[in-house]
Design a protein around this ligand. Structure first.
Ligand code: MV4
Length: 448
């Protein structure tokens, strides 16, 4: 018999801290919120059973302060830590430290966080497990000469990427032999500066892919399932604005085939808890690029089409419980869309923190709003600008779009600028409505 957790510390803030708190409450688990001095009046602190101030506003001194988090867990008697996304969620050393203190880390094993954090070892693992990859170098590329030789072999254009990268930093495209040496050198320099690690690798550059990711969940008894895909192609400067489940580009057969390969592979690896595999999809083919070993911002669209509570599943498997269902029990119903509403100017994206005088969330059938906003709340300038995730479900994609438009009209966030008007424009666009977009679509859309 496994014992459920009775108290969990939530090592995060904002809407995701609230999201985790809600799952805990419904499972009868008490919650400990942690907060910086800037977040003393935040919603996650108000709602949690207990709260601990862990430091000043700067994240490095509070939400990234491992000693403060472990002390907060110790003094409150929490048995487990949920890291949310961002902050320490993909820090293998933190996961290790949590476990060394006799607490459960609600996430993957430290070894797998470390493995996927290094994009070269992640690709190496996926290759061994039979997951399709973008063609490229077998490992790190050590010299400009080696870069040139690999580029000739796989054919231009190529992309040089930082092994410690992700999120778009330390990437350089070379469109011909005349650009390869500079791309290799620039990627190395940028990687060293950003990550303190100058290891780089090379891939064939795909020029018009979609970004499609697969949600997985694994227990500690060898059961691994997937909850289908999300299309996250609508990004600007590597910040996602709109996500959908499923992808307008995919059919059930393509999803099932990829899912079967991935779940078999992760079972072999001994993976645990939630994960997301990122793929580029072009010309009817998947190519793995990275794996995220955390709960993602956009997980609600998956929850809407699968009717699952992914945080509940994370809490159950972290406590040692078996999933209790098979892949064939997971069904995909209708279509879901998420708009990430940020406190930014909708035209030039300059940050717009400050006091929200009036907040009114939309509602009705098939509507979910994940937000820590309230009327009178001041959005602090120290953190991510995400203020609300507006998520809708519809029987069809067209119905979901119509519902999203209605909700964007209904929503009021008064006192600060938000990206609501931009989301309304996207929903009205014929190309978006046709599902006809790649990762480059949004950059052009915002420029016109
Ligand atoms: C690529 C690519 C094209 N070809 N790799 C950007 C962030 C990082 N996660 C991987 N990225 C890309 N890798 C190959 N071989 C294009 C991108 C890319 C991108 C990917 C997903 C979503 C948005 C993007 C925007 C620009 C570039």
């Amino acid at each position: 018999m496994t014992r459920p957790f009775t108290k969990v510390l939530i090592a995060n803030r904002g809407e995701i801290a609230l999201r985790i708190h809600r799952a805990c409450q419904e499972m009868g688990i008490r919650t400990v919120a942690v907060h910086s001095t800037a977040d003393a009046s935040a919603m996650h602190v108000r709602l949690a059973d207990e709260s601990v101030c862990i430091g000043p506003p700067a994240a490095r001194d509070s939400y990234l302060n491992m000693a403060a988090l472990l002390s907060a867990a110790a003094i409150t008697g929490a048995e487990a830590i949920h890291p949310g996304y961002g902050f320490l969620s993909e820090n293998a050393n933190f996961a290790e430290m949590v476990e060394a203190h006799g607490l459960a880390f609600i996430g993957p094993k430290p070894e797998h966080i470390r493995m996927m954090g290094d994009k070269i070892s992640a690709k190496d693992a996926m290759r061994r497990l039979g997951v399709p990859l973008v063609p490229g170098s077998a490992g790190a590329v050590e010299s400009a000469e080696q870069a040139r030789a690999i580029a000739v072999e796989i054919g231009y254009p190529v992309i040089v990427k930082a092994a410690a990268g992700g999120g778009g930093r330390g990437m350089k495209v070379a469109r011909g032999a005349h650009e390869i040496e500079e791309a290799w050198q620039l990627a190395r320099t940028e990687a060293k500066a950003a990550f303190g690690n100058d290891e780089v690798y090379i891939e064939k550059y795909l020029d018009r892919p979609r970004h499609i990711e697969l949600q997985v969940m694994a227990d500690t008894h060898g059961n691994v399932v997937h909850f289908g895909e999300r299309d996250c192609s609508l990004q600007r400067r590597h910040q996602k604005l709109v996500e959908e489940a499923g992808s307008p580009a995919l059919d059930g057969a393509a999803r099932d085939a990829l899912g079967a390969t991935v779940t078999a592979g992760l079972r072999q690896l001994g993976y645990r808890n939630a994960g997301t595999l990122e793929f580029l999809w072009q010309d009817g083919q998947f190519a793995f690029i990275e794996m995220n070993t955390r709960l993602q911002v956009e997980h609600p669209v998956t929850e809407m089409v699968c009717g699952v509570d992914l945080v509940r599943e994370q809490l159950r498997v972290a406590a040692g419980e078996a999933l209790g269902y098979a892949q064939s029990d997971i069904t995909f119903n209708g279509h879901a869309i998420e708009c990430r509403i940020t406190a930014e100017d909708p035209v030039d994206f300059t940050p717009s923190p400050g006091r929200v005088n009036t907040y009114h969330a939309p509602g009705g059938l098939g509507v979910r709003v994940d937000s820590a906003l309230y009327s009178g709340y001041s959005v602090p300038p120290h953190y991510d600008s995400l203020v609300a995730k507006l998520v809708v479900h519809g029987a069809t994609r067209a119905q979901a779009i119509a519902r999203m438009k209605r909700c964007l009209n209904e929503m009021v966030v008064d006192g600060i600028k938000t990206t609501i008007p931009l989301h309304a424009r996207i929903m009205d666009d014929p190309e978006f409505q046709a599902g006809d977009y790649t990762i480059h679509w949004l950059e052009r859309f915002v420029a016109r």
